[in-house]
Design a protein around this ligand. Structure first.
Ligand SMILES: C[S@@+](CC[C@H](N)C(=O)[O-])C[C@H]1O[C@@H](n2cnc3c(N)ncnc32)[C@H](O)[C@@H]1O
Length: 381
């Protein structure tokens, strides 16, 4: 997602920031005043409409333009934009909440929805979110930048020598299509956290940020399908992966991966159990079956490619949560480790958090409570 490109640019500049310049940059921001005649408004799509108070909706493009056209270095400007991106949620009437954005009771969206419900004789929505006083763009930017400057100066004073010349290669692309292009036996280690199989839709949760960075409805829908399958709307990528592997001369690899998925007994058992539960009417959304299948299919491609590109001895650490649908526990950590072992990795350890994850109240009422593991799986080539 484009947010990561803003974050990585700011991080990669860690040794280059000039603290004195950054302090002057904060002063510059604190003196900005949007002229009364300025009438541009921040863009929106249906799901982000009226997300900000009126003044904030005008301040966002104004401060963005002022940062981008200021005489400061690219590093300072990049940090300013990152701080603004980080501030969008606190500036808004929304709150990131699992699968969706929650809306403040004062937002136009809720006011209008309730008016329509009352007009048609229905109860108003029971909205509990009230974010209190929202900050102004200027206040929050100054606050964010000041915190960032503290972090940067601490890190600059405490950088281990080896990290001074580290070069970051950042690719804004899907791991599914990027990993197969990397050379084998070249990676020293992997630390990662894929999306969890929990129906969270990053393109909805991060809609404010994506729209701010220039994406429209179509681009967001496209990104939703490009991300690893973890929502009930995700469509299968198997055909496009097969075509892609064929186009890069790696169809044999693709076949091996698909075979491993088909032959994985635990995964097959989970999929059959989910289907039975679905046939019994226990799953409230049929998309869950497709999502779970797609999730492991795609992760299998990632595990296979990681094994191929890792050097011998390299370790791979994955953070993930187990999930449960209609009472069926899906041991993501065990199934993943089994797939990784099949591709050649030696499983070293599955660390689990002492505090396990609870279940939804509907699931507990119907199927009882089964705490779920939150794990870090560690494998070695
Ligand atoms: C659980 S989050 C981990 C975030 C990251 N570890 C961090 O701390 O910022 C999962 C991340 O996977 C990314 N993601 C989803 N599908 C992807 C894909 N196909 N290729 C690469 N990254 C993907 C999402 O954008 C999201 O940032």
């Amino acid at each position: 997602m484009p947010i990561s490109s803003i974050a990585m640019y700011a991080k990669s500049n860690i040794t280059r920031y000039n603290i004195n310049e950054l302090k002057t940059f904060v002063q510059f921001i604190s003196k900005l005043e949007r002229p009364a005649a300025y009438n541009k408004k921040t863009a929106s799509i249906t799901i982000t409409e009226s997300a900000y108070p009126e003044n904030t909706a005008h301040d966002i493009p104004y401060f963005t333009e002022q940062i981008k056209t200021s005489p400061f270095s690219d590093e300072a400007k990049g940090l300013g934009i990152l701080c603004l991106v980080n501030s969008l949620e606190p500036l808004s009437y929304t709150a990131k909440d699992g699968q969706y954005l929650r809306w403040d009771i004062r937002s136009q969206k809720i006011i209008e929805a309730n008016a329509a419900r009352i007009a048609s004789g229905r109860e108003p929505l029971k909205v509990k979110l009230d974010k209190g006083n929202l900050p102004t763009v200027k206040t929050i930017l100054v606050e964010e930048l000041t915190k960032a400057i503290d972090d940067i100066s601490y890190l600059q004073r405490n950088m281990p020598p080896f990290s001074q010349n580290v070069k970051i290669t950042f690719k804004q692309a899907s791991a599914l299509f990027e990993l197969p292009l990397l050379k084998e036996n070249t990676i020293d280690g992997v630390i990662t956290s894929p999306p969890y199989c929990n129906r969270y839709d990053y393109t909805r949760i991060y809609a404010l940020e994506l729209v701010y960075l220039g994406m429209d409805e179509a681009a967001i829908r496209k990104t939703r399908q490009a991300l690893l399958s973890c929502t009930v709307e995700s469509k299968s990528k198997i055909d496009s992966l097969r075509d892609y592997y064929a186009s890069i001369g790696k169809i044999t690899d693709c076949k091996k991966i698909i075979e491993a998925i088909t032959n994985n007994k635990a995964l097959t058992e989970v999929l059959v159990a989910l289907k039975t539960r679905n046939d019994n009417g226990d799953i409230n959304n049929k998309g869950v079956l497709k999502m779970v299948k797609g999730y492991f299919e795609e992760l299998a491609f990632v595990y296979y490619e990681l094994y191929r590109i890792c050097k011998k001895g390299a370790c791979v650490a994955f953070v993930n949560d187990n999930v449960r649908y209609a009472g069926e526990v899906i041991p993501v950590d065990f199934i993943s480790t089994e797939l990784a072992r099949h591709f050649g990795f030696t499983p070293l350890k599955i660390y689990t958090l002492r505090q396990q994850k609870g279940n939804s109240s509907q699931q507990m009422a119907k199927f009882g409570r089964v705490p779920l593991r939150k794990s870090i799986t560690l494998w070695q080539k």
